[in-house]
Design a protein around this ligand. Sequence first.
Ligand code: ADE
Ligand code: ZN
Length: 326
Amino acid sequence: STETSTALRVPKTELHIHIEGALEPELTFALAERNGITLPYAGVEELRGKYEFGDLQSFLDLYYTGMNVLRSAADFTELADGYLARAAAQGVRHAEIFFDPQAHTTRGVALETVLDGLEASLSSSEHRFGISTELIACFLRDRGSEEASRMLDELLEHRQRIIGIGLDSAELGHPPGDFATVFSRARQAGLRLVAHAGEEGPADYVWQALDVLGVERVDHGVRALDDPELVSRLARDRIPLTVCPLSNVRLRGVANLREHSLPRLVDAGVLATINSDDPSYFGGYVGDNFRAIERELGFDEAALREFARNSVEASFLRDSRREQLL
Ligand code: ADE
Ligand code: ZN
């Protein structure tokens, strides 16, 4: 339909995509075979059948298990190439891509292997796919601030290879404020700052991300709607939220898309952007998220284009490329 083509065709910037969440079951099996790993699933369909989640943790369990097939730099290159091909087909022109270094280093894969592999794909993404890219390294909040601090030391040896840092993994019980020192050190090194907050956690975690960590964007942030004062603050200071509609439904943050808080955030004047989070696990890439909000929430073409413009505004793009995308 024309609806479909609009949602996919609008040029997009994606600001919330975990590259490990773009691991498609077909690649999981190919890499398992290449690396001599036996998977506890008969095949691709059985694995895909496991993608049924009750909450964030039930997803994370599968997500961390799945990425165990990523071993060599070439594996990470193929992962990123697969994302770029699918993103390009859905109109993506710029992507600021998360990766989880600790999820690899703690199982014996060196940070350098991860960075070399991702960069071998991403350094030519604009030429090959028309997608400019940046990398954001996320700390796993459930592993604590001391390990995050040591990972930051290691990341700073590769300072020029990343644009910023983020904070992800199991949110409840792991408030942003715990990472104040780590984020302050990263800021001093000139890194851009983002954090997941208000996905499952309370509005208070969003306040902490803003006022203790000083983040420039909030990832998810949908629980902000529980706190009118917070919504006013986000709107007044034009602090972007990277909203991931299909993710919120699949992780049961909301019963169905029609009940999603996105329209209320938009009405309150919040700078909302649309993103895929973990596209292989949540039923679609960013264009599929645009299509879903068009169909289920009634956002029209003008509204979809505004979401896409919001992402350019919320991006860490240099001005010359920013102008090309507006
Ligand atoms: N890691 C990958 N996807 C995530 C999400 N949606 N929330 C927290 N951590 C994540
Ligand atoms: Zn995320």
